[in-house]
Design a protein around this ligand. Structure first.
Ligand code: HEC
Length: 195
């Protein structure tokens, strides 16, 4: 009887030691990862906020919140990307779906902020409303920073936002008055455009 109790105690102690060892190893791995990527991580994103310059470090926040899907370099190849459809955007393609600018133009900062804030319904792109606006704005900067391509002629790395510019938002004209003339015009355009 006694012996089996001692044995049970021994097994329990061994199990606790194993759990402690796994915990120590995990902490060590986390510390090493943090050391290898200085300035990156959730706490770093907040810590940098105290230096008074940029309230949030967009790069650190991106690594914590977005890289899982978009990949560390924003190439749309994060560890979860193979599970997702539509695929996370590859920022190095310079193509954005949501923009208030002309077709082919880059989105404005406000466009990107709106997408990050509201997400993209029907996809795994979440709404990040809960995040402080400063952090979302810092992420806009990071998305832009990651939107790079290699210039074929010079072989240099260039940024889509710097080479193409943000473009000007299209301002919808005021609603036209409803007259016989405008209605007939609308009808003609409706059929011509195949609506
Ligand atoms: C769970 C996966 C996931 C996470 C996490 C995620 N995204 Fe996305 N994101 C997507 C997917 C998928 C799309 C493409 C959706 C589509 O094409 O309909 C996308 C698209 C985008 C776009 C492109 C918008 C456009 O107009 O085309 C931006 C910008 C973006 N994400 C920024 C972010 C930022 C910043 C974060 C972190 C705060 C983030 N995403 C986190 C999955 C994710």
């Amino acid at each position: 009887m006694r012996r089996s109790r001692w044995r049970a105690l021994g097994v329990a102690i061994a199990a606790l030691a194993a759990i402690a060892a796994v915990d120590v190893l995990a902490r060590h791995a986390a510390r090493r990862e943090a050391a290898e990527a200085p300035g990156h991580g959730f706490l770093a994103a907040r810590a940098r906020a105290q230096d008074g310059k940029a309230k949030f470090d967009g790069s650190a926040s991106f690594k914590v919140n977005c890289a899982f899907c978009h990949g560390k370099e924003g190439r749309g190849d994060g560890p979860a990307s193979y599970l997702l459809w539509p695929k996370p955007r590859d920022f190095t393609k310079g193509l954005f779906k949501i923009h208030s600018t002309q077709s082919g133009d880059m989105p404005t900062d406000d466009d990107l902020l709106r997408t990050i804030t509201d997400g993209m319904p029907g996809s795994s792109m979440l709404a990040w409303k809960w995040m402080p606006e400063d952090e979302r704005r810092a992420l806009v900067g990071e998305v832009k920073r990651l939107s790079v391509f290699t210039d074929e002629e010079s072989g240099e790395t260039r940024n889509f936002f710097e080479t193409r510019g943000a473009g000007t938002p299209i301002v919808p004209p005021p609603e036209p008055a409803v007259t016989e003339k405008t209605t007939a015009h609308g009808k003609a355009v409706f059929f011509r455009a195949g609506c």
